[in-house]
Design a protein around this ligand. Sequence first.
Ligand code: NAP
Length: 579
Amino acid sequence: MHAVSTVYASRIQRFRLPRVCVAVVGEDAANILERAESLVRDNPFMEFRLDYLSNPAAGLPKLKHFLDMHPEATVIATCRRAVNGGKFKGSAAAQLDLLTKAAATGFQLVDIELQSAQILKPAELAGLKDRVGVILSFHDFKATKKLEDTFADMKRYPADFYKVVSTATSLYDNVQMMKFLQAHSAQYEMVGLCMGEQGIISRLLGVRAGSVFTFGSATRGEETAPGQVTAGELRDTYRIDMVDAATQVYGVAGDPVSHSMSPIMMNTAFRRETVNAVYLALHARSLKDLMACINDIPLRGLSITMPYKQDIVALLSNSDALTRQIGACNTVVRAQDGKLYGFNTDVAGIVTPLEQRLTLHGAKILVLGAGGVARAAVFGLKNKGAEVFITNRTPEKGQTLARQAKAKYMKRADVAKSNFDVIINATPVGMGTNRQSPLEDKELNTKYLFDLVYVPAETKLTRMARAKNIEVIPGLEMFVQQGARQFEIWTGKPSPIAEMSFVVSKALERMAPAEEEPSAPSAASGNGAKPAAKPPAATTRPAAKPIATKKAPPAQGKAKAKAAKPKPAKKAAKKPVKR
Ligand code: NAP
């Protein structure tokens, strides 16, 4: 059998379809109707999951009313069989019967699985296609493999759209999907994406590679497939409607990255400065996977986060002096020649907010911690002529950093006896659901407290400092400043820092409903602070105000010096991801 066009093929042309189809589920038809009515204004392209209804056929008359009342909407009827990953317990014949009734009800498109097509008689499928636009679909809930073999099977059946959905277990699976879409989208109406948190790239870039549309959830919590992003995010944050062949791709790579605020901040900056670019969260389980992806997508720039800031240095063609000095890179640029260059903007993220408030030369500054961010702080502040002290839970690590950076190590017992111009918290204590403070009240003898923890916006430490009339510099400022420098390095344009700050503050406010401060023991004893993968639970104040817009220095040129000597790998515990 060969694919043939029908009257419906011309009615459902790709240019008439929005790029995002919203999957609507409900326990009964009334529920679906209610959701659809509230969504249709912003989402004229929807998929009704009839298989979620206990009696799909009985629900059709109610849904007909919606279709009659909304001729502007294009709606797919899907009644996926349980054996193929849906909820419909009936046979393939019963599914065909239901989809035929759906066509008579007024649905413009129906989705039927390849496995059902294989069971039905050719004439039955052809009959369905004569009545309605047919999406022939295939879902692989485990992997991305044998896409060509699957499509060879699918092409034997007539359809208006061929939809292939796989599961990404690596970033490179997205590349496979995009290559597959590119190979066939000129000849066939293709829809393709990878499910899973690692497949988010394909949901955005699939449309660039030839997928006629993609799927989004109505809201967070209403996902019908793992890794689904909301339709609102696809349109507003990622601007999917303007993604085209010229769109440059950037992203934040790390493990985990699902709660990163970087996509919302950087996409806002690109939109504000009308840069044709999209910024994605890249969940890289290994650097090898990330590098394979960089070569094929191709990515123009990357923010690097835990646990790869140190390991990536050895894989770069070149890096700037700061990156080599600190041994950590948080910004990668892919040049026209395909080579990768590394920069460290964490230093600017720490130094710039401080320089906006005080003279660093000669300032007495205590850094808590000796990890990656503490290294950026200590080297950056030493370069500015500050007198830098370090204290750390594991004294040996603090002493090593002090030696390397020509700073001074301070025993924890001496902190309470000292006065500082600035204390910087570069530990995770206070982050996420951790409600502790890395210092006791009597140890907070300083003019400024810079808490680099920015999720939540307000920590126990910042509250303690405010109570002592110490000026607090929120961690948000570091986050925004390091991102602003990245934007400038990548685009050569001044960053829209006020907008970047505003959008992150708003996102932090949304994440953290106010609640009373819990009584938690002080972390001065050094116990129990684990970075939380989940959003923060609490703040007692609104999120920090958007920060002052001070124009950052111009973008740096390509680094000339040799790449820094690789440091030993810093292993981070793998967190489970939503599949
Ligand atoms: P890291 O490399 O893991 O270093 C963590 C440091 O904190 C280590 O020195 C560690 O001491 C110390 N530490 C960990 N748990 C502790 C505890 N319970 N009590 C006392 N000290 C503890 O982490 P990192 O990459 O430097 O990041 C540190 C924090 O900076 C992050 O958690 C994050 O909140 C913040 N940050 C902020 C931004 C921003 O833009 N604002 C960006 C990145 C990071 P040991 O040496 O004894 O293990």
